[in-house]
Design a protein around this ligand. Structure first.
Ligand code: ARG
Length: 378
């Protein structure tokens, strides 16, 4: 948490920025700056107006250099959950609010851009958070021989929730429970109800055998391991849902060798020669897997965007920002899609990953290192 003086400076910068963007008059902004400074002096924190929360969070997204979807920044909707759970911390109420978030974001397949804001940290009491990097993720079980069943990307979290007593079914796609924690209290886990976890089975438009691979993915991502840094306040739990770009699933989650590593299985199905890299079996399998993802989400009526459209929108966003007199902070390696990068308009461009507030920044892993659970004295 920033000091009261730093918070006052950050808050003033945000309010003046909103004025500069035409959201309130300069006089109203200066009145609000004084009001916030006074509240900070007394309480060490302040309560943001709902509108500051909404407009500021949209700017935090616009400032984030990692996201290719910022074209839609003005379409982000906010759910105000700052009161959920009350002072003592009610983990079940928090869990239920997260489930409700998933249902609202899903929206029957027409995925919404939705962020729920929970209690901010205060000088005397940090806000609640979840252990999960995303609200919906599959478990990764490390086996005796070192291999992993499920998602190798979640082995540490899976081991942590198993130490808390959770037991999965032991399939390749077991949805992890949500682990909710208030600082100073023990973590509690809750299994998500199936209707809050829409998934899409992956099939291919031309290869009937593809469905037999049994691949699937959750319908949309909900990032839950980022702190929202807004106007001098810090919101440690601000889960953000959006639709997928097909390459995130086809060219990363299901194909990275340190994730589901499915290219060899796809290539075998396609009858490719996998004995040498030079046959380009990986490239061919990667393309068909990504095509299968796009096809399957379309067929299931679930919002998804392809990387060509996404990058075109990104360039339009950059131009719009330039016309508004702003830059576009971006990290080239995060914006260029995982396949066919050179066929998209972002490839030739250069970006500065400038860090501006408001923004999102990643949490560190909340669970103690291997073997240290429960921590002494807990
Ligand atoms: N790449 C992450 C995943 O595969 C999700 C990151 C956010 N993506 C998004 N489309 N909003 O789950």
């Amino acid at each position: 948490m920033p000091s009261a003086a730093a918070a006052a400076a950050e808050a003033a910068a945000l309010v003046r920025q909103l004025a500069a963007e035409g959201e309130l008059s300069a006089e109203a902004a200066e009145r609000r700056v004084k009001e916030i400074a006074a509240e900070l002096a007394v309480r060490g924190t302040y309560r943001q107006h709902t509108r500051e929360l909404l407009l500021g969070t949209r700017i935090a997204w616009r400032n984030n250099p990692q996201c290719i979807g910022k074209f839609y920044w003005k379409g982000l909707e906010i759910r105000d959950c700052r009161e959920v759970g009350g002072v003592g911390g009610d983990e079940r109420a928090l869990f239920e609010a997260l489930v409700e978030h998933l249902r609202l974001a899903w929206n029957g397949g027409k995925v919404r851009l939705l962020l729920s804001v929970f209690a901010p940290s205060r000088p005397d009491r940090p806000g609640p958070r979840v252990w999960n990097g995303q609200l919906i993720r599959y478990a990764g079980y490390r086996r005796g021989d070192g291999s992993v069943l499920g998602d190798p990307g979640t082995v540490a979290l899976t081991e942590a929730v198993r130490r808390l007593g959770w037991r999965g079914r032991g399939t390749e796609y077991d949805v992890l429970p949500l682990v909710v924690q208030w600082p100073g209290r023990g973590p509690r886990w809750f299994d998500l109800p199936p209707d809050a976890v829409p998934e899409v089975p992956i099939s291919h438009p031309e290869h009937p055998w593809f469905e037999g691979l049994g691949l699937r993915w959750h319908a949309f991502p909900t990032i839950s391991d980022q702190v929202l840094e807004l106007g001098g306040l810090r919101y440690p739990l601000a889960p953000f849902s959006a639709w997928y770009t097909c390459t995130e699933i086809g060219a990363r989650n299901l194909s990275d060798t340190n994730r589901y590593d499915k290219l060899p299985a796809v290539a075998r199905g396609m009858g490719l020669d996998t004995s040498r890299d030079r046959t380009l079996w990986r490239d061919r399998a990667l393309l068909e897997l990504t095509a299968a993802v796009l096809h399957s989400y379309d067929r299931a009526g679930v919002s998804i965007i392809d990387h060509h459209f996404a990058t075109k929108q990104f360039v339009r966003h950059e131009e719009r920002e330039r016309k508004s007199g702003r830059g576009c902070p971006a990290d080239w390696s995060a914006i260029v899609p995982a396949t066919s990068g050179s066929t998209t308009p972002v490839w030739q461009r250069r970006y500065e990953p400038t860090r501006a507030l408001p923004n999102f920044s990643p949490h560190s892993a909340p669970w103690p290192p291997d073997g240290a659970w429960p921590p002494d004295g807990a």
